[in-house]
Design a protein around this ligand. Sequence first.
Ligand code: GDP
Ligand code: IMO
Ligand code: MG
Length: 428
Amino acid sequence: MSNVIVIGSQWGDEGKGKIVDWLSNKADAVVRFQGGHNAGHTLVVNGKIYKLSLLPSGIVRGKKSFIGNGVVLDLWALAKEIKEVSKQGININKELLSISETTCLILSYHRELDTAREHEIDGIKIGTTGRGIGPAYEDKVGRRAIRLCDIFDSKNLKKKVENALFHHNPIRKGLGIDEIKSTDILNQLNDIASFIKPYVSNIWKDLIKLQDEEKNILFEGAQGMMLDNDHGTYPFVTSSNTISAQASLGSGLGYIKKAYTLGITKAYLTRVGEGPFPSEQNNSVGEKLGLLGNEFGTVTGRKRRCGWLDLVLLKQSVDICGIQGIALTKLDVLDSFEKIKICVSYKINDKIFDYLPPIITSSDNFEKKYIELDGWNVSTRSCRNYNDLPKNAKKYVSLLKELTGIDISLLSTSPEREDTILFNDPFR
Ligand code: GDP
Ligand code: IMO
Ligand code: MG
């Protein structure tokens, strides 16, 4: 038996989708355990592009896919995604996809609240994806969420929707948005119920059975460690826990007996939305990284902020997630840089930090220490053999291993599935 937990070690968009698709070849099942359609995962298979937000990335290979209780689910977004993926020849049925009956739903009032708050001039702007993620998780912990199982419980659904609106309508009123009627929500849910019904099940039992049978389960994290609600750059984070520990809670398995944690790490760094970014390059270097790395958000199309790899944050992720191996992605984006930098420490008020102090909400006013390496000026794009890499690219990879103390398990050199070099198989 071996389970693999895939986690983004940075601020998301590290290339998790590509790596999960690649790894899922050996998996018996793939599980999403947090987040929602704020995630955007791009897979490229023989030139064909798949864009996934809610569906686990193993689905393209036809692997059994689960959406766990830790996810917040927009049923209309899922329906659209299923339709689009089906058009690309992936036949999604109840044998392939199962969704936990306790998954909390994102409803129209969550999306509207998310957007309205982001437009509040006086509030702290997070730069969310506007998908209603935060408000939906708030309702979950506030015990007023509508869960998937509720929509088939016609006797109690009305009362539950009214209970949620009892909370939401006064807020809407305060924000100048029209109040909402329970019948509107009930009608929306009624319209979509028959579409979703076949996929709904008690997935924790399925997962326990798979674990007992010693099958390979691949846990697919969304977002990244620095967006974690507890451990990230709060308040500029998402509303779920994104670290590896969440895989057991949010999948429904409760307890993962044994797992290898793989941290997906971009060879440089990006961030979408607001918040501190110590190694950000608000200059021609950042522009070039963005251009060569095609750094535009899959979900919102926003331009991603770009900078050098930050070892301080990477080590923090390694420690907090218990990362055992790194999948280094987008090495090819660095191909034409004369010099490549890695941020190794921060100096804040004359004190050197090897972690980002949680009180920091802007990284403008402190000193960052970098090491500088020579670039390689040769294309590594689509390289599939480590020995074919230029000397300085090899140096970059081995330095990363030395500085983090963590094995580089995989190396990715293009968006294409097979442009991947394996060093250590996470499914050992
Ligand atoms: P995720 O959210 O972590 O799954 O990452 P995204 O899919 O949002 O963003 C990563 C982007 O980089 C996607 O467009 C991928 O196709 C692309 N990508 C992944 N790996 C590589 C790589 O090694 N090189 C290059 N150039 N692009 C890559
Ligand atoms: P994947 O899985 C990058 C960011 C948003 C915003 C913050 C909060 O593709 O790596 P939210 O809508 O979650 O309340 O927004 O989190 N964010 C992501 N950034 N990749 C993601 O997912 C993200 N999901 C959320 O940009 O800064
Ligand atoms: Mg993404």
